[in-house]
Design a binder for this molecule. Structure first.
Ligand SMILES: C[S@@+](CC[C@H](N)C(=O)[O-])C[C@H]1O[C@@H](n2cnc3c(N)ncnc32)[C@H](O)[C@@H]1O
Length: 262
């Protein structure tokens, strides 16, 4: 299955060239340009927050560091997620697949994980690592800066670990992701707590819960706040649900439909 996924990736690599072309930054009235910006920011703000630059491939060893479990309690993070066999999960900004690899066995054998990233090098490493670990239900997807390139109504749960704050086009990305969720589907943001000065991460790469709520409650996204889980030592785990036509009139119809394998 990994081989099949690799072929699918090969078909999508040609899209990357286009996706990574420099583009005008202020391409939506929600965004503001900042001339005098943080050196690690892209010079664009959204709801008053400076958007951080994307972590490049050189950061991959930090993502895979042995101390990550001890520092961030990744196993506890996985426990916060309502994962069941058969579910379709999207790991947006999957990097080299640290999170996708932990989710994949929980939804196997019939479910799977779409591992979306905009960096081909990250996806190549993810494929290699999944293969070495014998995991066959992770499908790499080359997304663009505006869209995860997933089919409409195809995903039960989407997760972004340390990713949202570095989306160059958060509005377009989240609109597209919302379309990819099934009715009642969940989106989970995991971000370092800006409220806590003890969290040893630069301010630009942290988010407060108030800021997350401000941004994610934007009506065009069609998302509704569900809860925040604070059991992790460094990060907020924030849950949103897709608001569907059915959910406003009849809440019981929002139960996710049986999942299909990616
Ligand atoms: C800090 S890394 C986190 C990787 C992974 N989630 C983890 O925790 O190990 C952020 C990742 O998000 C990706 N990314 C940034 N913007 C993206 C976008 N618009 N769509 C998909 N991935 C994106 C980057 O390429 C990078 O691999």
């Amino acid at each position: 299955m990994v081989l099949l996924f690799a072929t699918a990736l090969g078909c999508q690599l040609s899209l990357a060239h286009h996706a990574q072309h420099p583009e005008p930054l202020k391409d939506h009235p929600y965004y503001e340009l900042k001339k005098d910006h943080h050196p690690q920011a892209i010079g664009k703000s959204y709801f008053g927050r400076e958007i951080a630059s994307v972590m490049g491939y050189s950061g991959v060893e930090w993502l895979e560091r042995d101390s990550r479990e001890q520092e961030e309690h990744l196993s506890k993070l996985i426990q916060t997620l309502p994962l069941k066999p058969g579910m379709v999960v999207a790991d947006i900004g999957a990097g080299s697949g640290v999170i996708a690899q932990r989710i994949a066995p929980k939804v196997a054998p019939k479910g799977g994980v779409f591992a979306v990233d905009i960096q081909k090098k990250m996806l190549r490493r993810l494929i290699k690592k999944a293969k070495a670990a014998g995991i066959t239900n992770i499908k790499p997807v080359l997304g663009s800066i505006r869209s995860p390139k997933l089919k409409a109504s195809s995903v039960d749960l989407a997760i972004m670990v340390d990713v949202y704050h570095e989306l160059s086009h958060p509005l377009e990305m989240m609109q597209s992701l919302s379309r990819a969720l099934k009715p009642g589907g969940l989106v989970v943001l995991v971000e370092y707590r800006a409220e806590d000065p003890e969290v040893p991460i630069k301010k630009l790469h942290k988010m407060s819960l108030a800021q997350i709520k401000k941004e994610l409650s934007t009506p065009p996204l069609g998302l509704k706040f569900v809860k925040v889980d604070q059991r992790l030592p460094r990060q907020h785990v924030v849950f949103y649900r897709k608001i569907s036509q059915q959910s406003s009139s009849s809440p019981q119809k929002t139960t996710p439909k049986p999942a299909k394998k990616p």
